[in-house]
Design a protein around this ligand. Structure first.
Ligand code: SAM
Length: 311
């Protein structure tokens, strides 16, 4: 297209700027290298929200949109190519985990080739998600997410995923090792249990009220061939915790249900020391339990995890 062509006169500057951006993405060989996940994610985001959306709005205003449509196709093709690189990368990584059973340092080393998980800082003022979550979702949760099928009781909290950086953090904070048996109470789609198993080598059990979430989580563990990860479809008040040593609660319930579950855990603590990790508003209620010592405080920031140990 030349600058004199009709149909783009009002938006010439935008057109040539977009064209230059698209060319830059097409020529940026580094973007197409598998390990450049963070840059690719930024590029996909820019293509979607700054280029494709922008072209769409220009097309609506253009008398002769042909050149804009071609530009749109180029932008969409780049986006598809970049997404395909990520999908293949995740498939390859899953196959590696499946056949090599890679946990602990091996797992961190594998991830470290693609994403700097230490860059996803620890001082959060909100629960927000970041590139690490997108990476972990792509790696661990390849199946179609199911709809909720069962109504929750009033004190039960709806599903919301623990940010991945928090899981990395809590494994260190609570010193979880391969000798632990980790329970996620209200395990949702199962990511926390799977990730704790991969990061620490601990046996991990998720307890989830919603059957569809529970079977989804089990499917994800099977995809990765993780024999030490399992999910139980149960009310957390009724599950068997007899081998548990570390319990995570990302505020799965509150009020009396939380009180009842804490009473169950207290009974368990009479036979062995247990740790409870909390995240979210349930921390305050757990902190008031006399049978628990606070090992790592969240300093009244509900967006930081806290660790409690039974006395
Ligand atoms: C805030 S989400 C936590 C998700 C998960 N722990 C994670 O970090 O990704 C709360 C979950 O607890 C589940 N839940 C609520 N009440 C429950 C109960 N009494 N027993 C078991 N699960 C429950 C919900 O269905 C939901 O999936």
């Amino acid at each position: 297209m030349t600058k004199n062509e009709p149909g783009i006169n009002d938006n010439e500057e935008s057109f040539f700027k977009i064209q230059a951006d698209i060319e830059a993405f097409e020529k940026d060989a580094a973007l197409y290298e598998e390990q450049n996940f963070d840059n690719r994610l930024d590029a996909i985001d820019f293509l979607e929200f700054h280029i494709i959306d922008h072209i769409e709005s220009l097309i609506k205003k253009a008398a002769q949109p042909d050149q804009l449509i071609l530009l749109m196709q180029r932008a969409e093709n780049i986006k598809l190519a970049l997404e395909a690189i990520d999908n293949n990368m995740f498939k390859k990584l899953r196959a590696h985990i499946r056949s090599n059973g890679c946990t602990g340092e091996q797992f961190k080393k594998l991830l470290g080739k693609y994403i700097d998980f230490n860059a996803h800082g620890s001082d959060h003022e909100e629960a927000g998600y970041d590139n690490l979550d997108i990476f972990i979702n792509g790696l661990l949760s390849p199946l179609t997410i199911p709809e909720q099928t069962t109504a929750l009781e009033p004190e039960m909290v709806f599903y919301q995923k623990t940010p991945a950086r928090i899981i990395f953090e809590l494994v260190e904070m609570a010193f979880i090792t391969k000798d632990d048996v980790f329970f996620d109470l209200g395990s949702g789609l199962g990511q926390a249990s799977i990730l704790v198993n991969l990061l620490a080598g601990a046996k991990a059990v998720g307890v989830e009220f919603e059957p569809a979430f529970c079977s989804y989580a089990g499917g994800c563990a099977v995809q990765l061939n993780l024999p030490n990860v399992s999910f139980i479809n149960a009310d957390a008040r009724q599950a068997d915790y007899s081998d548990g040593t570390v319990f995570l609660m990302y505020t799965p319930f509150n009020g009396e249900i939380l009180q009842d579950v804490l009473a169950v855990l207290r009974k368990e603590s009479l036979t062995r020391k247990i740790k409870i990790i909390t995240y979210g508003p349930c921390t305050a209620q757990v902190a008031s339990e006399g049978w628990l010592d606070i090992t790592v405080s969240n300093n009244d920031n509900i967006y930081k995890p806290a660790v409690f140990t039974s006395i």
